[in-house]
Design a protein around this ligand. Structure first.
Ligand code: MF3
Ligand code: CO
Length: 249
């Protein structure tokens, strides 16, 4: 609904999806995962994030689906590529990936009337054990968060599970960016906090679909925004890792 206009026009959908919407989200997520798998094997020292973005765009064309980020609030690319200290929403550019980098590829697509959203952080070439442990803990945080998704349980359970894993590893959980309800809209009003917040007492209901996308940092959880208005980096430039799934409750 924003591909040809400046801003999203759709607003105010609820957070429990119909059977038809769930089917559409499931298919969209399959498409997003397929695009992500297409990109993952291309990641190597020397490739630019712009080249990965072009590949994502072409793969979406081949699949006749739309990359959800393209023109979303005037974002100009088909994916987000977040390198090292970039927490999220890194804009693909002409910088080539280097051995030792970690990079998150975030793919979201619109297909059959719904959006699907997923991301992974990858190690480029030879990555030191310190950064590899950050990445592996990021993956464990996502898995713990997804496992905490249970009908009847409060949303705070998700953040608690994630923060436990992060803290045990000595990492902080980013608070400024959160998971979101998803479906016919890319971002519904529903927010999913990745850190423990006891005020998140609202309950997960069957049929709710939302992302769990924890970002953890080797230093501060505080974020700083680049002047481009999108790129979020850790305030102390410590590295950050993120993994994301779209989840049906
Ligand atoms: N996939 C990201 C998310 O989790 C996309 C953010 S919108 C963008 O919501 F425009 F920054 F890409
Ligand atoms: Co998302």
């Amino acid at each position: 609904d924003y591909a040809t206009s400046r801003e999203p026009r759709l607003h105010g959908v609820g957070d429990v999806r119909s059977a038809g919407e769930i089917d559409a989200v499931r298919k969209a997520c399959g498409e997003a995962a397929a695009v992500l798998r297409h990109l993952v094997v291309l990641v190597a020292p020397g490739i630019t994030t712009d080249a990965l973005d072009a590949e994502a765009y072409e793969e979406c064309r081949r699949r006749r689906i739309y990359p959800s980020t393209l023109n979303y609030h005037s974002y100009t690319k088909s994916i987000c590529t977040s390198v090292n200290e970039v927490i999220c929403h890194g804009i693909p550019d002409s910088r080539a990936l280097r051995s030792g980098d970690i990079v998150n590829l975030d793919v979201s697509v619109f297909a059959g009337g719904a959006h699907g959203d997923c991301s992974v952080t990858l190690c480029v070439g030879e990555v030191n054990p310190v950064a590899r442990r950050l990445v592996e803990t990021g993956r464990a945080c996502l898995n713990a968060g997804v496992k905490a998704v249970r009908p009847g349980k409060p949303f705070s359970d998700i953040g608690r599970a994630i923060e436990n894993v992060a803290q045990r590893g000595g990492y902080s959980v980013v608070r400024q960016f959160v998971g979101h309800g998803i479906g016919p809209l890319f971002h519904t009003g529903l927010q999913v906090l990745h850190h423990y917040d006891r005020t998140q007492t609202h309950v997960m209901r069957p049929g709710m679909v939302f992302t769990v996308e924890p970002m953890i940092s080797a230093g501060t959880h505080r974020a700083h925004l680049w002047p481009d208005g999108w790129t979020a980096v850790t305030a102390d430039l410590a590295r950050s890792a993120q993994f994301e799934h779209t989840v049906l409750c």
